[in-house]
Design a protein around this ligand. Structure first.
Ligand code: URA
Length: 253
């Protein structure tokens, strides 16, 4: 059976899974797959794409990392869709830009400001990057079940972690004019957070007739600091995975 070029998976391996969980970080795949079901099995590992098959109540669920950003996410979603995956849930870390959002806390994204480039290869910029309503709803249910702080709303997804998210703690300490003042602008427009994949994922999913959602966990509060706080990373990940598992139980039954 033919393996898809980048993800190195074929149809047999995914065993009719209809859901794919997509972290950016390959190291997060095993943690998530085993938290959902300790009997999860490793499938493949090629470039940024590590995959495991896990399950809830006999329903198989694929967990596959996307790497960081739109281009590698687009490859992953494209090849998984070719294998028959219909539902995609991204989970990852994020930087909060509103002062009332704590770290760590959970964010369920309903729509994304398309600051990326990859989504434009699937639909013109006027096309919205929106989450599937049912998946977003399930993620809200999952977040509620954890009793953790959560927020629901609009994210901004950029192609760069530094200038695109208006960070100045960089080699040049310079951000080009196009991005100067943009964090303030997104704050004023009630955008909740920055991340790097949901614009591509949501646009692709809607354009291709697939479904997608995203839950993220805040590891940076951009009103306080530019750097993410690594000391809370593990806690932030585990809260998010717990909410994700509850959402899947809700969706799959
Ligand atoms: N991921 C991002 O894209 N930005 C952050 O600030 C933290 C995680």
């Amino acid at each position: 059976m033919e393996k898809k070029y980048h993800i190195q998976l074929d149809k047999d391996q995914i065993k009719n899974a209809q859901y794919a969980l997509l972290p950016g970080d390959p190291a997060r795949v095993q943690k998530c797959a085993e938290a959902i079901n300790p009997n999860a099995v490793k499938l493949a590992c090629n470039r940024e794409y590590t995959s495991y098959l896990t399950s809830i109540n006999d329903t198989n669920i694929l967990v596959c990392s996307t790497g960081i950003g739109g281009p590698s996410t687009a490859i992953c979603v494209e090849e998984l869709a070719q294998l028959g995956i219909k539902n995609f849930i991204r989970f990852g870390t994020t930087g909060a830009i509103q002062p009332y959002i704590s770290i760590p806390s959970l964010i369920i994204t309903t729509g994304t400001v398309r600051l990326d480039g990859a989504s434009k290869h699937y639909a013109p910029i006027e096309y919205p990057a929106v989450a599937d309503f049912e998946i977003a709803n399930a993620l809200i249910y999952g977040a509620k079940k954890t009793n953790e702080e959560y927020h629901v709303g609009i994210s901004a997804a950029s192609d760069t972690f530094y200038p695109g998210q208006e960070r100045y703690d960089t080699y040049s300490e310079y951000v080009i004019k196009d991005f100067q003042g943009t964090m303030k602008e997104w704050q004023k427009l009630n955008v909740l957070n920055y991340e790097m994949e949901s614009a591509t994922l949501f646009t692709m999913a809607s354009a291709l007739g697939l479904k997608a959602g995203m839950i993220s966990s805040t590891i940076a509060s951009r009103v306080k600091a530019e750097k993410p706080d690594d000391s809370i990373l593990h806690l932030a990940e585990m809260k998010m995975i717990l909410a994700l598992k509850e959402a899947l139980i809700y969706l799959i039954g």
